[in-house]
Ligand binder design. Sequence first.
Ligand SMILES: O=C(O)CCC(=O)C(=O)O
Ligand SMILES: [Fe+2]
Length: 201
Amino acid sequence: MFTKFAIIDDAFGTDLPDRLAEFAIANQIGFAATKTSYADESEAVDPEFRLSKRFGGRLESIGREFRSGLSNLLPRLYEETGIPQIERPLMENELIANGDGGSLAWHIDTMTLDKRDGVDTERVLSTVYYFHRTPCQFSGGELEIHSLDGDVKPKLVAPRHGRLVAFPSFAPHSVRRLRVPSGRFEDGRFSLNCWIRFKTA
Ligand SMILES: O=C(O)CCC(=O)C(=O)O
Ligand SMILES: [Fe+2]
């Protein structure tokens, strides 16, 4: 049994993904190894679990442009993923670069902290927007959406330039290892992740 999920190609036209790829490549210096957060609230770089780089700077106007496009699409995304409409959604953005050997192990995006004091928002909808240099210089790196039960093959979503994928944050998923023959940062798989949260208090 799988959750519903949505795939929208050219979700925000053909120009924004080109400009986002340019932005990421021009800001390579602002990327550092992505950390993993654990249930006890600690954080560490764990390449066995996740091998990617995260942009630590500000997305500025291109981030605002993306979030405004995503806001317009939200009614459709709720509908297609089976998530009820959130009244005042909060958006949490992350710009990620996956290079040669990059991957992300099985996980869910819903917060699973043991200590929930002070936690007043929850992630409900996960969206990932993909872009890269064209033509594509890597292979692999598919998003795998796993079944909620049983020993069933995952559904694969290729990280195509300009593609948006959305799924409930409780859906288990992972990213298949990718290969970037040149080994160059600019030839990698880029994504802008945006989690839709709702305020619980
Ligand atoms: O890059 C992807 O396709 C998925 C990323 C993801 O699952 C995450 O960052 O939580
Ligand atoms: Fe995820």
